[in-house]
Design a protein around this ligand. Structure first.
Ligand SMILES: [Ca+2]
Ligand SMILES: [Ca+2]
Ligand SMILES: [Ca+2]
Length: 112
């Protein structure tokens, strides 16, 4: 049994872990459990994440609350990520992931 890890390529383990993570992420976002994530569910989820990450509850994410805020997130370059800025990026993710353009995400459409 000790050789099990040696026999399984690391890449496969990483891929499996990644898939499990995507599945969990999907379940968390799919509030009504109908197997689809609407834009509303998607935005609600990321709003919750934003509020959760906002440790000092000032409504914006400071660099120590938000790992590596870059130009992509901090649109107005004020050094913090507001909820609006955060959701603007999430919305781009939603649009990019919604491959068939039906405004809902299915588990298959999430990045694996
Ligand atoms: Ca904050
Ligand atoms: Ca900002
Ligand atoms: Ca879709």
């Amino acid at each position: 049994m000790y050789s099990f890890k040696k026999l399984v390529p690391f890449g496969l383990i990483a891929a499996l872990a990644c898939t499990a993570h995507a599945g969990k992420m999907f379940d968390t976002m799919d509030a009504d459990k109908d197997g689809k994530v609407t834009e509303e569910e998607f935005m609600n989820r990321w709003t919750k994440v934003h509020n959760h990450q906002d440790k000092n509850k000032d409504g914006v994410l400071q660099p120590d609350e938000f790992k590596a805020p870059g130009p992509a997130w901090d649109t107005n370059q004020d050094g913090v990520v507001s909820l609006e800025e955060n959701l603007a990026v999430r919305k781009r993710h939603f649009t990019a992931w919604d491959k068939d353009g039906d405004s809902v995400l299915t588990p298959e459409e999430l990045p694996q």
